[in-house]
Design a protein. Structure first.
Length: 522
């Protein structure tokens, strides 16, 4: 029996211990010290509550560290021998030395209606191509299954997916059109006229456009309402991107200034002088940490998008950069003419990681989420390049799922609509929403303290003598005197000018406030 019990218990009597290095990775700080000798909290109930909370946090950290065993995928990079560099590796050599599944992700599409602008969905499964001469195609690029293909018979300036792969928007010659995944036209947004750039904010359900007139427009795709439309006064918008963290639109103008726009203000929140010449390309890291800009003088600058301080890196290229794209792991793809170079952060510098030469000039680029793939659109071709180590190896299926079914997609759409963020929360610092507005709180406290304390008047109350049995008594006299004091106090409060003013304002707000006030009882 003892041997069987020992075999059942195994090497560890309880749960297997967690590696301390893994625990340190998920450590969130020292926490709250709840011992009475080191804290000001003297209430036993509050101390017990804090102890329980700290134990729950420690258990959560341990469970998170244990769950890391389930993340079987790991990111890898190109490794070189002595005397070699990663830039000398060609795409054919990389495809020949990887597994069959990864090698199938390197392919070329010969197209005739370019230049082309590629866009991947958030889960990285579907690809949308928009050709300047009217060609639009949407397909599952992993299985190569075509969803729809058409020619709109107009010039196409930009394309973008919506929150799911069931709908996408195309900026055509005059207006922005919305299509489903079968190529059927759903809607025509005539308030977004002469659009040159498109962006979609997935957590706010907002379709944003920049036009050749310099106008920025936000449309709520869940209601179809035009939210805001501003004139930026920067001329034709050629460079526009979004910051995925705070949902601001970044617009580069011909004076080397990058401005950040929100639908809540008609003026830009931030203006940054990044270059001495016109901004030719701009992109933001998927985690909102860095921003990269370029201009025709061959300079490439990387800025800290959180602090908005001086450039972190300043790189001088061989030729001016036309397009920029950030990967999930922080790699930066730069296109100069028909050459695509990928930079990787190595220590304190950005070094060239890969280089690829195309047959035609590059018109658009984007890294595929959760895949080590860079989609490059050119004048006559679309190329899917292999960039090892560029994407996150593991994905959160509750956030984005590349292998979702139809029912999971519908459920995810309903949940995202319920969790939709209102456009009023689009600010420069999204963490400021959870903070206390100290100035307004002080105003409320001061306004409350300014109200005078009304002392009730002394009442000389002499009750009548009643002959009826049981109708008098001390208790009855005290109660009547208290009621009279309250009445006098109320009269004094109503006679004050400040109280009268607030009463009038409340009455006006009640009568002319929200539309639903008409259902309130009179």
């Amino acid at each position: 029996m003892a041997e069987k019990k020992k075999m059942r218990e195994g090497k560890y009597p309880g749960r297997a211990p967690v590696d301390k290095e893994v625990l340190k990775k998920y450590h969130r700080g020292t926490g709250v010290e709840v011992r009475r000798s080191k804290t000001k909290i003297k209430n036993k109930y509050n101390i017990a509550r804090l102890k329980k909370r700290e134990k729950l946090i420690e258990k959560t950290l341990e469970d998170t560290a244990r769950a890391e065993l389930l993340l079987t995928e790991s990111g890898g990079y190109l490794e070189t021998d002595a005397g070699e560099t990663t830039t000398q590796f060609r795409q054919t050599e990389i495809a020949a030395n990887v597994d069959i599944t990864s090698a199938a992700k390197y392919f070329d599409l010969d197209l005739a209606f370019g230049p082309y602008y590629p866009k991947y969905t958030r889960n990285g499964r579907h690809l949308l191509l928009g050709g300047k001469m009217g060609h639009v195609a949407a397909f599952d690029w992993v299985t190569k299954k075509l969803s729809c293909e058409m020619n709109v018979m107009e010039s196409v300036h930009d394309v973008t997916w919506f929150h799911q792969e069931t709908m996408f928007a195309v900026a055509q010659k005059e207006w922005v059109y919305v299509y489903d995944n079968q190529g059927i036209e759903i809607h025509c947004l005539k308030r977004m006229n002469r659009a040159t750039k498109l962006e979609f904010l997935p957590y706010h359900f907002l379709l944003c456009s920049g036009s050749s007139d310099g106008n920025l427009a936000w449309v709520d795709v869940s209601t179809g309402e035009l939210l805001k439309r501003y004139n930026t006064q920067v001329g034709k918008i050629r460079v526009m991107t979004q910051n995925p963290i705070n949902a601001l639109l970044l617009v580069g103008n011909s004076k080397g200034v990058v401005s950040m726009w929100s639908p809540n203000l008609q003026e830009p929140l931030v203006r940054m002088l990044c270059h001495r010449q016109a901004i030719s390309a701009c992109t933001v890291h998927p985690y909102g940490t860095y921003m990269a800009t370029s201009c025709p003088d061959r300079s490439l600058k990387i800025w800290d998008a959180r602090q908005l301080t001086g450039p972190v890196h300043n790189i001088m290229l061989r030729s001016p950069a036309d397009n920029l794209a950030y990967s999930q792991k922080g790699m930066l793809a730069v296109s100069t003419g028909n050459v695509v170079e990928v930079f990787k952060e190595s220590g304190a510098d950005m070094k060239r990681y890969l280089s690829h030469r195309s047959s035609w000039n590059v018109s658009g680029m984007q890294f595929c989420p959760f895949e080590d793939v860079l989609g490059v659109g050119s004048e006559k071709k679309f190329t899917s390049l292999l960039v090892p180590g560029s994407a996150e190896a593991n994905f959160d299926a509750l956030e984005v799922n590349p292998f979702q079914t139809k029912s999971q997609r519908n459920e995810r759409e309903v949940k995202s609509l319920l969790d939709k963020i209102q456009p009023e929360f689009i600010t420069l610092n999204p963490e400021a929403i959870a903070e206390v507005d100290v100035s307004k709180l002080k105003e409320k406290i001061d306004a409350k303290n300014k109200l005078p304390f009304v002392k009730p008047k002394d009442i000389d109350f002499k009750p009548r003598k009643t002959k009826a049995k049981g109708k008098g008594g001390t208790a009855k006299v005290v109660k009547t005197k208290k009621i009279l004091k309250e009445l006098e106090k109320r009269k004094e409060i109503e006679s004050l000018p400040t109280i009268k003013k607030t009463k009038v304002e409340k009455k006006v707000q009640k009568n002319y406030g929200q539309a639903l006030n008409r259902f309130l009882p009179k």
